[in-house]
Design a protein around this ligand. Structure first.
Ligand code: FAD
Ligand code: UDP
Length: 381
C-alpha cells in the first residue's frame, strides 16, 4: 500500500488525507496539538455554547467544488456575517457602505458625495480603499481619507504593526468600500456554519479506515530531511510527506524565522442574552484589541449566557502561535529561499497557510488541498 504522511490536522491536512485515503493509500496524520482542526478548532463549553478556540471562523465561498466536498462531512446552518465598526462609540457597517456615509456626514454633503461616487466610480461597486484614496476627484479623495482614517489606518496598525500602504493591496483589498447599502461582510454564494462545528467536520473527514491520526505528535521529532531523502523515526521513508506546518521550522530556521502576526485571545462569559448588536465589532479608532466577536451570534445557542472574545495582535515570537503570514516583498523573498530547499525533496509536498506562507481563507485551503491531490496521483499497489 502506498504510504502518505500528512503533517497537520487542520483543514488543509484533513482534506488531502481524506482524498488519498479514498484512493487506497495508507495515510498517517500527525499533529503536535492535542486537538483536531488546526485553527478552525471549536468546542461546546459548559453552557452549551460553541466557542472557536482560535477566533471567529466563518465559512464563505464561491467555489462550488469546495462547498460540495465539505458538504459530504457536515450539514450546514445558513449564516450571513455582519460586522460593525465602533468609531469612538458610534457603530457603522463594515465594509464601509452608503449607510455609513449617511450616518457620519451631514445629509446634503452625504448626498453630494453619493452622487459623485456613483457618477465617477460606479453604482453598487466594491472599491479598494487605496485606489479610492488616490482618485482624481478632490471631494472623493477627501471622503476616502475620512474612511481610511476611521476604518482602516488604526485597525491595520494594531493588527499588522504597519500602515495599510506598507502592507499592500493583497490584504487591504479583502475589505473594500461598498458603494451600495449591502451590509453583509461577505457576498459569496455559499455562506454557512457547519451544523455541529468545524471540529466535528474535520473529525468526520479523518474518519476513514485508511487514516490513522496521531495527536500530540511533533513531526520535527519524527521526521528528518537530509540530502534529498526523508527519514521517519530514523529510517528512510519512500512514501509521500505532505507538510502543512511552518516551512522555516522544517529547515531549522536556516534563513531566519519568517515573520508572522500572532494573537492573544481573551474569552469572557457574560450573564447576558446579547453583548453587542452584531457578531463582530471592530474597534477601528481606539482600544488595544482589534475586535470583539460574540459566538452566540454565529449559531443557535442557549439564551441566558453569551461568550465573547477580544483579540490582541502582536509580533510572533518563539513561543507564540503563528497566525497571519505577513505577505510583504521582503518576507516573500525569504520564503522563496526556503521553497528552493524544499524543492530538493521529490517526495515532500508543501500545503496550507504555514507551509506556503500564504494568507488564505478556509475555502482556498481546501481548494489547494484538492488541487495538490489531483495534480499528484498516487499509483496504489
Ligand atoms: P492550520 O489550521 O494552521 O493547521 C496546521 C496544523 O499543523 C496545526 O494544527 C498545527 O498544530 C500543525 N503542525 C504544524 N507544525 C507541526 C509539526 N511540526 N508537527 C505536527 N503538527 C504540526 N478563514 C475563513 O475562511 N473564514 C474566516 O472567518 C477565517 N477567520 C480566521 C480568523 C483567524 C483569527 C485566523 C488566524 C484565520 C482565519 N481564517 C478564516 C483562515 C483559516 O484559519 C485558515 O484558512 C485555515 O485554518 C488554514 O488551515 P491549514 O490546515 O492550512 O492551517
Ligand atoms: N481592516 C481594517 N478595518 C476593518 C476591517 C479590516 O483596517 O474594520 C483591514 C485590516 O488590515 C485587516 C484587513 O483589512 O487585517 C483584512 O480584513 P479581514 O476581515 O479579511 O481580516 P481577517 O478576518 O482575516 O483577520
Amino acid at each position: 500500500m502506498k504510504k502518505v504522511i500528512v503533517v497537520g490536522a487542520g483543514l488543509s491536512g484533513a482534506t488531502v488525507a481524506r482524498l488519498y485515503a479514498e484512493d487506497g493509500a495508507d495515510v498517517l496524520v500527525m499533529d503536535r496539538r492535542a486537538t483536531l482542526g488546526g485553527n478552525v478548532h471549536d468546542y461546546v463549553d459548559k453552557n452549551g455554547i460553541t466557542v472557536q478556540t482560535y477566533g471567529p471562523h466563518i465559512f464563505h465561498t464561491n467555489k462550488r467544488q469546495v462547498f460540495d466536498f465539505l458538504s459530504r462531512f457536515t450539514e450546514w446552518e445558513k449564516y450571513e456575517h455582519k460586522v460593525l465598526a465602533n468609531l469612538n462609540g458610534q457603530l457603522v457597517p463594515v465594509p464601509f457602505n452608503l449607510t455609513g456615509l449617511y450616518q457620519l456626514f451631514p445629509k446634503e454633503k452625504a448626498k453630494r458625495i453619493n452622487d459623485l461616487l456613483v457618477a465617477q466610480v460606479g453604482e453598487g461597486v466594491k472599491v479598494p480603499i487605496l485606489s479610492l484614496k488616490s482618485h482624481e476627484n478632490a471631494e472623493i479623495r477627501e471622503f476616502a481619507q475620512f474612511v481610511y482614517d476611521n476604518i482602516f489606518y488604526k485597525y491595520t496598525k494594531k493588527q499588522w504593526g504597519m500602515p495599510p500602504e506598507a502592507l499592500g493591496e493583497q490584504v487591504m483589498n479583502r475589505v473594500p468600500v461598498y458603494l451600495s447599502y449591502e451590509d453583509r461582510y461577505f457576498t459569496d454564494e455559499f455562506q454557512y456554519m457547519p451544523k455541529n462545528g468545524f471540529t466535528a467536520l474535520v473529525e468526520k473527514m479523518l474518519c476513514h479506515p485508511n487514516i490513522t491520526t496521531k495527536l500530540c505528535t511533533d513531526a520535527s521529532k519524527a521526521i528528518a530531511l537530509k540530502d534529498g531523502k526523508i527519514y521517519l523515526d530514523g529510517r528512510a521513508f519512500d512514501g509521500t510527506v505532505i507538510y502543512t506546518g511552518r516551512i522555516d521550522e522544517l529547515f531549522s530556521y536556516r534563513f531566519g524565522a519568517l515573520p508572522y502576526r500572532s494573537l492573544k485571545f481573551k474569552f469572557i462569559t457574560k450573564n447576558l442574552t446579547s453583548y453587542q448588536p452584531s457578531a463582530v465589532v471592530n474597534y477601528t479608532t481606539d482600544k488595544r484589541f482589534t475586535r470583539i466577536s460574540e459566538f452566540t451570534k454565529f449559531t443557535c445557542s442557549p439564551k441566558n449566557k453569551t461568550v465573547i472574545v477580544k483579540e490582541f495582535s502582536r509580533a510572533c515570537g518563539k513561543k507564540s502561535e503563528p497566525y497571519y503570514p505577513i505577505p510583504i516583498e521582503q518576507n516573500l523573498a525569504q520564503y522563496a529561499k526556503y521553497k528552493i530547499l524544499a524543492n530538493g525533496y521529490a517526495n515532500l509536498k508543501l500545503l496550507g497557510r504555514l507551509a506556503n506562507y500564504k494568507y488564505v481563507n478556509m475555502d482556498v485551503a481546501v481548494e489547494d488541498a484538492i488541487a495538490l491531490h489531483d495534480n499528484n496521483p498516487l499509483i496504489v499497489e
